[in-house]
Write a protein that binds this ligand. Structure first.
Ligand code: NDP
Length: 328
């Protein structure tokens, strides 16, 4: 019986078990494209799934991993042929559909994006769902009229994966970026990515007032909770904030004051079910508008067997920048 290696999460009496093991080809789920996975990456959500800290996984056994890049092995989907290089982010991968930390994946062809010509599979996963989400957020700010001329923009959770790419991306697009981090020792790293200013997380973690001093034209928030509430209260008249994360909590202790007194907008960002045209646009722009050298500098590499420990570290806020996972 053909098998392949995978990180498998199973339900046990004490909660869940996670191990690197052999998985039977015959247990792959339905799909019209089979992909040889070459690279994956570690996202905060992967950490939540691997540690069981949040109910990310909706079926057991589950192969963890929410995104991959690889090569099509076989396809009955009209858009894809054997040998095509592809990327997959989200669509329930690693949640409801067997995921990315595996040598093989069977998925729906409709979920796939073609790997941009000037990107390797490793490059794509160094960007990963984190970078693609940062781009979706930057595009949302642009649509809302937050241009560099409108003033500085803030990025919270700046030393994390989404945050690091967001800082690099917004700086490259010409914004003056204020990076908020709980790790002040990472200030030189964040300045190296292009941050004009680095502020401490605690400046945004106090009990939020309805309105604060107007500081930025907008921002990308990966933290949620009091941090997002403070960011909104400090956003200038007519500004917009793209919310994509919950690393600090899922609640939002905000008043309506920023919305009704300053015309501030809160923009929701979802990468998982994001429609295809927006995904294609995001990856097209990531190919050309991101400083690949900066991405390389923020990326470290681990083996499939190291994913379980790295999952614990990311939910503890110990991971800086991006981690790619080499699939053997
Ligand atoms: P990371 O762990 O790499 O980054 C999160 C960062 O948030 C940390 O590095 C840290 O940055 C900061 N942080 C962590 N804990 C706290 C806390 N308790 N209070 C304040 N700040 C904290 O994760 P990712 O970058 O992969 O993901 C970031 C968030 O975005 C996650 O919540 C994730 O689920 C979400 N996400 C959402 C997507 C979507 O589709 N909406 C897609 C991808 C990610 P620092 O040390 O600099 O303060």
């Amino acid at each position: 019986m053909p098998t392949f290696q995978a990180i498998v999460i199973d339900k046990v009496e004490s909660g869940q078990s996670v191990r690197l093991t052999d998985f039977d080809d015959k247990d792959l789920m339905d799909g019209d494209v089979t992909v040889r996975v070459e690279w994956s990456t570690l996202n905060y959500k992967d950490g939540l799934a691997l540690t069981g800290k949040a109910p990310v996984v909706r079926r057991f056994p589950m192969i963890a991993g929410v995104d991959f890049a690889g090569t099509v092995e076989s396809s009955s989907h009209p858009a894809w042929r054997a040998g095509d290089k592809v990327i997959l982010n989200g669509w329930g991968l690693g949640e409801t559909h067997l995921g990315a930390y595996a040598q093989k994946a069977r998925v729906k062809g409709d979920w796939l994006i073609r790997l941009p010509a000037r990107m390797s599979a490793r490059d794509a996963m160094a960007i990963g769902t984190a970078g693609y989400t940062a781009m979706l957020a930057a595009m949302a700010l642009e649509r809302a009229g937050v241009t560099p001329a409108r003033g500085p923009v803030v990025v919270t959770g700046a030393a994390g994966g989404v945050g690091s790419v967001a800082v690099a991306l917004l700086a490259k697009l010409g914004y003056a970026v204020t990076a908020s981090t709980g790790r002040p020792a990472e200030a030189p790293y964040l300045k190296g990515l292009g941050a004009a200013e680095v502020i401490e997380r605690k400046a945004l973690s106090g009990s939020p007032r309805p309105l604060g001093k107007e500081r930025w034209a907008g921002g990308i928030d990966t933290v949620g909770s009091t941090t997002l509430a403070n960011v909104l209260a400090m956003t200038r008249y007519g500004g917009s904030v793209a919310a994509c994360g919950l690393a600090g909590g899922m609640d939002l202790p905000v008043t309506v004051a920023p919305f009704i007194l300053r015309g501030v907008s809160l923009l929701g960002i979802d990468s998982v079910m994001c429609p295809l045209p927006l995904r294609q646009e995001a990856w097209r722009r990531l190919e050309t508008e991101l400083d690949r050298g900066k991405i390389a500098a923020m990326t470290s590499e681990i083996a499939l067997a190291d994913v379980i420990d790295a999952g614990r570290r990311i939910v503890e806020g110990q991971v800086r920048g991006r981690i790619v996972v080499k699939i053997p």
